[in-house]
Design a protein around this ligand. Structure first.
Ligand code: BG6
Length: 528
């Protein structure tokens, strides 16, 4: 890595991170990836580590060690790493001489980490690398394996003394991918297994949505400005819609995992409830992990449980049939690769949620997510109440046809992705002799203000884990509260399997029954 030396005395001073003034770069360390040959490592982790290195956000002395069961040399693994980074990053070197500086930090170790011998051989390998690469033993273990191995991996790490609880020795931390459990009981059991060997502050439970720039901006917008926050209460808000719409289906082998999980476990329990918590939470005391965690937890604990018969009234599940998405014909869910032909797994969920606290009592939160919807868009839209008096109700006539025009509700929309930004839609007077109101918009678009690419979520989260900052990770009690909310829905669905799947066409906004959830709100589902 090119070294920036600012005078001889500065060589050993902590490096300053360019976009976070005053925050030092991580300590020299090794990043160990379990499940290194999997899709997540290729798509996200290796490209993110390259991005951090390129941005000079990794320390001078670091190593990345891929661990897998397959036999490979360092050279083969480096070639795969190079291929993955080239595929998933625009800024990857275009010539061969651009690679060695980064790849010299990349190593492979073949081991079956479910066996004591495997972990011991890894421990010996890491000690050797520490000595060769001048790394003082700090280690971040990233569990990107199948979820069934999360518990055994932590157990194995502890047995081989690769993790320890002592604060004064070189640090050891473990990042655990989602899904963290498949219901409340399994999440609690996993947590128990993990916390037998690690302190709370060594465990980083990842939800990559929290690493998205626009999701973090929710905090900036809400608590960095004084004028919006007082409006976000039951007094002014009619309802809130949260949409996580995807056009993807079960490409590749995704179906093998997904068919056993479904959209509620895959997206609602984590990404959606985290978005809900961030938009609904009270101001945290500070931005420290514990304070933000408590603020989010209070929201999750205030969710009104949906149980028994209520599930059918407040939750709509769906599964897509064949259709057309972005002009391309796509198969039905049940015809996708690695999906059971008679599968009853939901690829769509919409629900009407209530938060029982002083701020939000009585305000519906409408959540909707699904695969093979018409557009990829993640959005949080807060719709405000109409004015108490309809002063501007007017009649507009064109020829014989007359229209009743009312004030349009004001909507504050956070566009999480794509076209990242924030907009405020409101009513204005249309120029002319009549008093006719017209919907208009203030628009903030990231592109207009910041001429830079938004950092990748995984870059931010990896950097935070390396620096020991857990603010953008999930605490175990948050996860627990999220599962407590989701468990009764899963139970109700188990006892009443769907009778009408598939019930929405790929390329549409989901089952028509979802319209019933909006009853009583001054709106219909948005089509962002
Ligand atoms: C993952 C889910 O966590 O998030 C996937 O497992 C989903 O099913 C993905 O497609 C969506 O992430 P993003 O960043 O593309 O919105």
């Amino acid at each position: 890595m090119p070294e920036t030396v600012i005078g001889p005395d500065m060589r050993h001073a902590p490096k300053q991170i360019p976009f976070v003034p005053g925050v030092s770069a991580p300590d020299p360390c090794t990043i160990v990836i379990f499940g290194a040959t999997g899709d997540l490592a290729a798509r996200k982790l290796l490209p993110a580590l390259y991005g951090l290195w390129r941005g000079e956000l990794l320390p001078e002395h670091f190593a990345i060690v891929g661990v897998g069961r397959r036999d490979k040399t360092d050279e083969q693994w480096r070639a795969e790493t190079q291929a993955a980074i080239s595929k998933f990053r625009n800024d990857a070197p275009k010539t061969p001489d651009g690679w060695p500086a980064f790849l010299s930090h990349v190593f492979y170790h073949r081991a079956d980490f479910t066996t004591p011998e495997g972990m011991q051989s890894l421990a010996a390998h890491l000690d050797k690398l520490d000595a060769e690469c001048h790394i003082p033993g700090n280690r971040l273990f990233y569990l990107a394996t199948d979820p069934e191995y999360f518990g055994p991996a932590v157990e194995g790490l502890a047995r081989a003394k690769l993790v320890h609880r002592e604060p004064n020795r070189p640090w050891t931390r473990v990042v655990i991918e989602k899904p963290f459990g498949r219901d409340l009981a399994s999440a609690l059991a996993l947590d128990h297994d993990v916390l037998r060997h690690l302190n709370h502050d060594q465990v980083y439970r990842i939800d990559h949505y929290l690493g998205k720039e626009t999701v973090q901006n929710l905090l900036a917008f809400r608590f960095g400005n004084a004028i919006f926050e007082p409006l976000l209460t039951r007094q002014y808000v009619d309802h809130v819609q949260i949409t996580v719409a995807e056009t993807v289906g079960m490409e590749g082998r995704r179906g093998a995992f997904y068919d056993n999980a479904g959209e509620l476990r895959d997206v609602v329990q984590n990404h959606m409830l985290q978005l809900l918590a961030l938009v609904a939470m009270d101001p945290p005391a500070t931005l420290r992990a514990s304070d933000v965690g408590i603020a989010k937890l209070n929201v999750l604990r205030s969710l009104l449980p949906i149980r028994g018969d209520d599930v059918a009234r407040k939750v709509v599940r769906g599964q897509y049939s064949a259709g057309t998405v972005s002009g391309k014909a796509v198969p039905a869910y049940r015809d996708e690769e690695a999906v059971a032909r008679d599968s009853n797994t939901e690829s769509y969920v919409a629900l009407r949620v209530a938060i029982e606290n002083w701020r939000w009592a009585g305000v519906p939160f409408l959540l909707r997510t699904g695969k093979r919807l018409p557009r990829r868009v993640t959005e949080i839209a807060i719709q405000f109440k109409l004015p108490p008096l309809r002063l501007f109700q007017t009649v507009e006539c064109e020829g014989d046809v007359c229209d009743l025009r009312e004030a349009q509700p004001t909507v504050l929309a956070f566009r999480i992705q794509p076209d990242e930004g924030i907009s405020l839609s409101f009513s204005a007077k249309r120029p002319g002799m009549q008093f006719v109101l017209h919907g208009v918009r203030f628009n903030f678009n990231y592109d207009d203000y910041f001429q830079c690419e938004l950092p990748e979520a995984y870059e931010r989260l990896l950097l935070d884990a390396l620096r020991g900052d857990a603010t953008l990770f999930m605490r175990s009690d948050e996860l627990q509260a999220a599962w407590e909310f989701c468990d009764p829905l899963l139970a109700a669905w188990r006892s009443a399997p769907p009778t009408a799947f598939p019930n929405y066409g790929a390329g549409t906004w989901g089952p028509k029954e979802a319209a019933n959830l909006v009853t009583g709100c001054a709106a219909v589902w948005r089509e962002p």
